[in-house]
Design a protein around this ligand. Structure first.
Ligand code: RNT
Ligand code: ZN
Length: 418
């Protein structure tokens, strides 16, 4: 079916297709730098394992080993994704001059100058994350450690990251969300659950005492249910993180990662719950399989439902900060990046093509039989034709037009990374 015909099918249902595409072009979605190198970064020994309860699996060829390689891969990704990407960096991706190195408590804005140049040249904003894992100073706790020296080190890291976030927001003239997540927790039954939480709370207070303009820098607190090696207890649990954000609304916002809840809980339902209270929230969109496995985001039911809630709760007007968070080392990493980003774009476009007002009216009038029929019929509309047109209008390849470029890049560039 052609775009024009597909458009008519949607218009018959009161959907403004042109407006949907125009809106999506303006919605920032954060592209996580860590898909390209299996979350290793540049500031620690890359042969050391990931810690903090997260895990990449697979050993596909072509992991980016240097800032240059990672940036080249990101450029490839940017050429293949529609929409309005912004970068999302971890502190461990600091770029040092030859012979220079700074530990995480001593990081400075200048260590991200090359990233700022990268973003400026491409017209991108940038989000940021302190890196509280994969480092010798994890004892294994960080911000919740009973060891004052360890805890201080990580607080100083957090404060350094606020200064870097200020710099990114200023230089790029865009909002910078700064996400606080730690893998702090215990493998087995703890003897003290409250102590680490009280210390974590104080540590976040101390980090957020570093000055920043909350209109530009948005510290987030991300919760988690459990991680590998920390199965019994997580310091930054859902209740802890949400309560922290609720009690500190004037200086931070809650972040929900849809891999961080019990398997029958859904973040789609939590979005309107949180937006009933918080002016702004942040999301990590990922795909958990049985646990927080961080698989590539698909165009699946829950991703679509998350997108619908973002759209119909007014999330696109700056209330929901959207980021991707996954890492798959078992397939071509550039393809993994592109596939996940495009799928989230698809989910958002599909949500924007939903006649939300009409469906809401059916619900409010208790016409549930019709509501079910209408919602089911939406699923077989010619969405693919609108999607292809959206890609074209963004100057990016439609489905079926980009995978060959990935294979070419693999043959020309990635295979040489031995
Ligand atoms: C881990 C959290 C966290 C990380 C990134 C790398 O479970 O989801 O957000 O994935 O910060
Ligand atoms: Zn996350």
């Amino acid at each position: 079916m052609s775009y024009e015909e597909a458009k008519k099918r949607y218009e018959a249902l009161n959907v403004n297709v042109e407006a949907a595409m125009e809106t999506l072009k303006t919605v920032p979605v954060s592209l996580h730098c860590w898909q390209g190198d299996d979350v290793r970064g540049f500031d620690t020994d890359p042969s050391k394992p990931l810690t903090g309860g997260i895990q990449t699996t697979g050993n596909y060829l072509g992991r980016a080993r240097t800032p240059e390689e990672l940036m080249a891969d990101i450029d490839k990704v940017l050429s293949l994704i529609p929409g309005k990407p912004k970068m999302n960096l971890h502190a461990s991706y600091a770029i040092f001059e030859k012979g220079e190195w700074a530990d995480r408590d001593k990081l400075e804005p200048r260590h991200f100058k090359k990233w700022v140049e990268f973003c400026k040249e491409r017209g991108l904003g940038c989000d940021f994350n302190p890196t509280f894992f994969s480092h010798p100073k994890c004892d294994p706790l960080t911000l919740s450690s009973p060891n004052e020296e360890t805890r201080k080190f990580w607080i100083e890291h957090g404060r350094a990251c606020i200064r870097i976030s200020n710099y990114l927001a200023e230089e790029l003239n865009d909002i910078c969300t700064m996400n606080i997540w730690t893998g702090d927790g215990f493998k087995d039954v703890p003897a003290d659950r409250m102590g680490p939480r009280m210390r974590y709370r104080e540590s976040i207070d101390e980090i957020l005492s570093e000055p920043y303009d909350f209109a530009k820098v948005k510290p987030c607190v991300e919760s988690k249910v459990f991680g590998i090696g920390v199965e019994a207890y997580t310091v930054g649990s859902a209740e802890f993180s949400l309560a922290y954000a609720a009690m500190n609304r004037e200086k931070c916002i809650p972040l929900m990662d849809n891999g961080h809840y019990h398997p029958t809980e859904v973040v789609s339902d939590k979005i309107p719950a949180l937006l009933s209270f918080f002016p702004e929230i942040a999301l990590h969109v990922t795909r958990p399989i049985r646990w927080d496995s961080d698989h590539v985001v698909l165009f699946d039911d829950e991703t679509k439902e998350i997108a619908k809630e973002i759209v119909r709760c007014g999330g696109l007007e700056g209330r929901v900060h959207i980021a991707l968070d996954y890492f798959d080392a078992s397939i071509n990493r550039v393809s993994a990046w592109v596939t996940g980003y495009r799928n989230l774009q698809k989910a958002l476009l599909s949500a924007l093509l939903t006649p939300a007002a009409d469906l809401k009216k059916l619900q409010d009038e208790s016409r549930f039989t019709e509501l079910m029929v209408r919602q089911e019929e939406l699923k077989t509309l010619p969405f693919g034709d609108i999607w292809d047109e959206y890609c074209r209008r963004c100057g990016k390849p439609a489905d079926g037009e980009w995978f060959a470029q990935i294979m070419e890049y693999e043959k020309k560039v990635l295979v040489n990374r031995k």
